[in-house]
Design a protein around this ligand. Sequence first.
Ligand code: GCV
Length: 704
Amino acid sequence: MRTPAIWLAILSALGLAAPAAAEDGYDLWLRHRPLADAPALAVEAAEADATVRLAARELERAAAGWRGGAAPAVSARALLIGTTASPAIAALRLPLAKLGEDGFVIRSASVGGRATMVIAANRPVGVLYGAFALIRRVEQGEAIDRIAVQDRPRVALRMLNHWDNLDRHVERGYAGQSIFDWWRLPDRVDPRLTDYARANASIGINAAVLNNVNAKADSLTAPYLAKAAAVADVLRPWGIRTFLSARFSAPIELGGLKTADPRDPAVAAWWRAKADEVWRAIPDFGGFLVKANSEGQPGPRDYGASHADGANMLAAAVRPHGGTVVWRAFVYADTDPADRAKQAWTEFRPLDGKFADNVLVQVKNGPLDFQPREPFHPLFGAMPKTPLVAEFQITKEYLGFSTHLAYLGTMWSEVLSADTFAKGKGSTVAKVVDGSLEGHRLTGIAGVANIGTDRDWSGSIFDQANWYAFGRLAWDPAADPAALAREWAAQTFSPAVAAPVAAMMMPSRQAVVDYMTPLGLAHLMGTGHHYGPAPWVADLARPEWNPVYYHRADARGIGFDRTRTGSDAVAQYARPLARRFADPRTVGEDYLLWFHHLPWDYRMPEGGTLWQALVRRYDRGVAAVGTMRAQWQALRPDIDAERFRVVSDDLAVQEREARWWRDASVAYWTSINGLPLPAGAAAPADTLDHYKSLSFPYAPGQGK
Ligand code: GCV
């Protein structure tokens, strides 16, 4: 019989009832709720290493959760964990030789004549990854004795980029403030940082850049290095290396030099000394991430030097410490009239082979800027001698902030599985990034974090799935995003709802594409904050800041001609792709208006005109959100009340905003093309003037 709420309240006031902690999302996918056939574990760490001890604690914590607080069983299953440095593990002669520094083996073995589960690795962090892998599998319903895994990450550097400012404002952050409390550090170290590190380790993330790429030089001063060192101390046992974004002009701002010219010996000497200082503070420091000559950030181009000159000078400074420089390719010049989508390729491709061997070049997934859909960046496959890091945006700057449900595993997988044709068919972006196409040892994937001080970390429960999927795809770029969605949902809710929750997630990003930027349109968002539709904006100082630059709609047609008759951006792709992209009949609908300017009455393969198809996509997007709402409502009996409610609330907002996107866009396009609405399509709820009049000065996450 249920205890009436009033009694619970009275008992609770008397301290006699302790209701289970509400599910507020803080525990992420590491909830360890009771399991029907909870395996009891007797965990033994084969060595005293701090990380191996953490692995043991994680296993014990999970097992205790599975038992729901019941006492451990007398006949618990023996679980031995450790590295080959311990004689007990070495004696088992497990197949670890090819599993590298981070790989692990999980299997049953006979230890001292006793049947024992073993998690073994070459390094302690591999043991930790193995522990989380075992927990993950048990929580998806796998019988523990059947678990036999041999795994290793395909990518070496699996890195979060925090765009967190020193005042705790997070650029493009929609989940509260920065978790790095620079003001109170290093004296007060928030225990939440341990939970952050633990969550990252559980999905294989092994590097974090703590500060915004729009960097302040202050991060490199002694007091701030001491603060970063305190964070690094928390991250270290979880196998996470600390990186910092470096402001290229720091020698001027901090060192009092007259120049930051990378060819100036005094500048190089300043950076060498700075690197020595950084590594004294953080002995396992990873290196610097640099945004140079982009959106107002200083860089080598200010002195007529190249990006390679700048990167290599820094690379020389960090080399004695085994450090790495991650140099971003996100550049577009304020003076260049060329198609913005072409500029990074134009500037970086000639530099292939010119970067030092401890430099990685970090390339956004698409040539523009984290749009709901872009073709893959043409630099992938075009710089064979340079290791390229793929940069994804986990935070949803352009996909509805943290309110809209958009699972990005599908988007990243779409990019990673795209064929560059760089060395013939099968030269996928994943193979470029994991180094297998060209034999690079240094490899990386970066994700712009969606983490903040919100209780649920990411601004919504479903945004946690994007953090999760990022880590898992960085570990294995070929992973199936549907499987990852189920995996996440099983742990975050329960195995029983894994399939229906994943079924909601899988089409969700396409829904956003449909109601925001269908058929290859891009960058139609509100100025600055990027919230809501504003395809009409045409008055900003630089042409490529304006949505009209991207859609190029007029009375006759719509779309950006990137074929030979236009900007010829297609030529930046390998031949077979360039040919496919250049023809509107073969490009496919996803990139149709990205590569082509077409008349409104262009006949679509599906039948009807482009205009009809466009409106159909908007309607399809809105309808898809309605479907997600219905799917979520059907899950009410299986989801705890608090998380059910917040997701329901957000989905209601998403549906309203999807309609707003659809109506404002349709109202605008009709004002341009003068066409009647296709038969059966609803008229926009309001006037174009109304949509244009909306302003959002306090939208979150804006750049400062
Ligand atoms: C950190 C976009 C974002 C900026 C971001 C920039 C970048 O332009 O709007 O906020 O700056 O990308 O990736 O450097």
